[in-house]
Write a protein that binds this ligand. Sequence first.
Ligand SMILES: CC(C)(COP(=O)(O)OP(=O)(O)OC[C@H]1O[C@@H](n2cnc3c(N)ncnc32)[C@H](O)[C@@H]1OP(=O)(O)O)[C@@H](O)C(=O)NCCC(=O)NCCS
Length: 225
Amino acid sequence: MTGERSSAQPQPPTCLVGRDVLLGDVVSPAPEVTVRVASAADVPALMELEARYYVGNLDPADLADGFLSVLHPAQWFLDTVADGGLHVAEIGGGVVGFIAVTPPPSLVDPRLGPITRVVVELAQVLEFRGTPIARRRWALRGPVLIDRAARGRGVYTAFNELTRAAYRGRYDVGVLFVAADNPRSLHTTTTKLRAEALAEFEVDGRRYHFLAYSFDSRDDESAPT
Ligand SMILES: CC(C)(COP(=O)(O)OP(=O)(O)OC[C@H]1O[C@@H](n2cnc3c(N)ncnc32)[C@H](O)[C@@H]1OP(=O)(O)O)[C@@H](O)C(=O)NCCC(=O)NCCS
């Protein structure tokens, strides 16, 4: 599901954030959380993490805590790293999560998966806050994944704040999908990211919400609640 990649190397800001800076109010006694731009050396760990939380690999009893719907090949991770679109979270030197923000995938890319295809098609026709998404500089946001042991420690909010800061000069609107039976992710995307559900769709018998959000959080102040 790799999209077209721009040849220019983007320069996201350095995103080294310790809990003293951004996560200072975290009450957990967790060691320092660091969020940084991913490198190619992170790819094996990220693929292992993604595979662990892929819907097809999880015990059904664990699906209620959230899951990922797409497994990406190594080349997708490498392309996304090269594009500056991957951030990782570390605790104690180990990778505990990641988030991807990528340019719109091409509909003629044969590697495009069925869910992402529908998302891209919907982005061509839907409006977000009164403007067609396709007329804005839009990005695909996700996957986002935080290892179970690292959840609830402010990593999600750090991911949101850092990716907004890193990419708002490049993108206006972020587009994402969430499985309808992933209530934790629906809750976090709508209440913490302030994404708005704009449509629902079905792929292979599973329902998904299409959501969009603004990279400039100041836009959220005038958004409907
Ligand atoms: C989605 C994810 C990234 C969020 O990160 P996180 O660290 O769990 O997020 P937080 O702890 O900041 O917030 C979790 C929120 O979900 C709420 N929540 C937990 N379980 C829930 C459930 N079953 N239904 C609704 N809300 C739920 C919590 O109460 C909390 O909200 P609050 O702070 O308003 O009380 C993480 O849970 C994850 O990686 N899940 C598995 C993969 C996944 O689903 N990725 C998204 C795919 S679209």
